[in-house]
Design a protein. Structure first.
Lengths: 165, 165
DNA sequence: TAATAATGGATAAAAAATATCCATAATAGA
DNA sequence: TCTATTATGGATATTTTTTATCCATTATTA
């Protein structure tokens, strides 16, 4: 069971975008530079966030990305779902239909108990991620406990953000 | 996020082995036949279960596999962990160390809040699977509600099991 | 000794994740 | 209107993981 690194990048991107002044944007290049990850591949993840309505993309000169939602509304599950998709991790191949004692279709009306258990487990996983809002994440970075780092970041954002007319 | 099909096969294998009379075994070939899956690849999954102490393997004539634990003691998490391993699905690459505002080692003493959230979520996932015992799974197959199927299966097991001397 | 059955290692094929590139479309400013 | 800029979507390449097979070895029983 593995989660692609796009999710990590997407979460960090959203955390950074949350620090932007209203109506300002950061370009895909600037985000990739800040995170230290390959630009074109991060662009793919940002596209997914854009399609999901998590970030707003603006093309052209002084374009870029900004959050499309309030940080209190945006959960870690939203970001994960947008980038990883929502297909269940456990893929039931209906093994019980196979072999010399294979069950008939009628005998398989109820879902396989193994698949049902995994569905439950994934629901708990999803619930846990959905209980984490972006604010919880940026609290760490923007915390007053680390004023030096906070200043470095907000300064960088100010220098690299593009402002709408 | 994906789970290999070995987990599904392993769970079904354990469920079937739970129906064996005491001290009887089923060979890898018989199990693969029953489940309708490729024998050599299932063998790999059974090896993992054997190494984890979930099933007992006996070589040689009249050898095969049987459960090494009581069905009430064995959880779906045990089987999943044995076959998929226990490496976390979210791999934190410490993105915060990167880029023009990369954090120093000292600033990263606390785990990244994103990674921490995923660790929590995985713990909930694990808890959910650990709350399902093998008995819950075989209840479906062996249920009195499906006497015809139950008889087919127990008859097949009787025909294909090898008994210890 | 012969037959049987799991083990571990090596290897191969298929699928998915990771990563890049480019042509196109949209936007702002000159 | 022209140009520079920036995101988009598609195509493609590379690497890693998953899936699968095979074989020589070891253990066991009759």
């Amino acid at each position: 069971m593995k989660i692609g690194k796009g999710v990590e990048w997407g979460a960090h991107s959203c955390a950074l975008l949350a620090l932007l002044p209203p109506d300002a944007t950061l370009s895909g290049y600037a985000l990739a530079d800040f995170l230290g990850v390959p630009t074109p591949y991060l662009a793919k993840q940002l596209q997914a966030l854009s399609r999901a309505g998590i970030v707003m993309a603006k093309r052209g000169v002084a374009g870029g990305y900004r959050l499309a939602q309030q940080p209190e509304q945006l959960t870690l599950w939203d970001i994960t779902a947008a980038i990883e998709g929502t297909t269940p991790s456990f893929r039931c191949t209906e093994v019980r239909r196979n072999g010399p004692c294979g069950a008939s279709a009628a005998e398989c009306k109820k879902p396989c108990p193994i698949a049902a258990a995994f569905r439950q487990a994934e629901a708990r996983y999803r619930d846990a991620l959905a209980s984490v809002i972006l604010t919880d994440i940026i609290a760490d970075v923007a915390s007053e406990a680390r004023p030096a780092r906070k200043k470095r970041i907000t300064d960088w954002v100010r220098r690299n953000a593009a402002s709408a007319a």
